[in-house]
Design a protein around this ligand. Sequence first.
Ligand SMILES: NC(=O)c1ccc[n+]([C@@H]2O[C@H](COP(=O)([O-])OP(=O)(O)OC[C@H]3O[C@@H](n4cnc5c(N)ncnc54)[C@H](O)[C@@H]3O)[C@@H](O)[C@H]2O)c1
Length: 300
Amino acid sequence: MPPLAGRVAIVTGAGRGLGRAHALLLAELGAAVVVNDLGGDVHGSGRDTAPAHQVVEEIRAAGGQAVADGHDVADWAGAAALIDLAVGAFGDLHVLVNNAGILRDRTLARMSEAEWDAVLRVHLKGHAAPTAHALAYWRKRAADGPIVDSSVVHTTSVAAFAGNVGQANYGSAKMAMLALSRCVSLEAGRYGVRSNAVSPGARTRITSGLAVPEVADGEFDAADPGNVSPLIAWLARADCPADGQVFHASGEEILVVDMPRVAARLRTDGRWTQDALDRTLPDRLTVPPGLTDFFGEAAS
Ligand SMILES: NC(=O)c1ccc[n+]([C@@H]2O[C@H](COP(=O)([O-])OP(=O)(O)OC[C@H]3O[C@@H](n4cnc5c(N)ncnc54)[C@H](O)[C@@H]3O)[C@@H](O)[C@H]2O)c1
């Protein structure tokens, strides 16, 4: 029996890039998949449902089950319609992979309000809105019958962990995914929902500006978005134990990322004075990890 047989999954932003790879693998492993994609450009302008329909065709041609959806995931009512479509088409819902995203890169000093709002809207509200409606569905299902394992996967980024010049809007939204994921675990665990966050690394139109090494024929392509999808499929499985976790996945590697933890606990007598702070804090400040530190620090 394929590991995702009988599971119904939604993948947002699945018309191309990472979402497409996730949708193809989930379907190959037996899930019925709703391929959501608004089909705009990398900045979020325009609309075209052709990419979502193409992925559905690919899945069906390979013998899988899929339907397309063109709703904007950051529209509260559109997100509700997306959940309804999954349940209407396949009779249930078990997996929500929040993946849709856009970029409006600019340093914060030069960023417009519209650039800030667009990125926060698509990423943060676009993760929260489908999740809210999926949770409402799962909460009701548990009240009416047995508790069934359900899984939400949120897409975060190294831009959250290490920051990135020109991505204050994006990095802030991606850091918020960790809080969103954790709150979902705490709120919805009692009715069978697990929630995890994955930071991917892959060659897509979002990373087209970055240098990616050429791959010779027959060599492993470390930048292929499909390398991230096995972890997404594992998190989607009914027997997966992961909950409240954060991962980074790229190429052949998976990093298990810790949530922020207390690095030092300092005390004074009564209220802190400026002198006491001067004496105590400078020696205990931490060094925020840069990109190299973030990857370099990972223990194998
Ligand atoms: N590629 C990487 O290395 C990388 C790194 C870190 C995080 N990410 C994240 O992975 C996710 C997928 O990105 P990608 O690299 O595959 O980029 P991509 O541009 O190829 O795919 C994103 C998809 O989301 C869709 N989308 C955008 N806004 C939408 C909306 N409002 N409603 C529905 N669909 C919408 C787009 O049409 C597009 O098909 C994003 O959340 C991105 O931030 C990617």
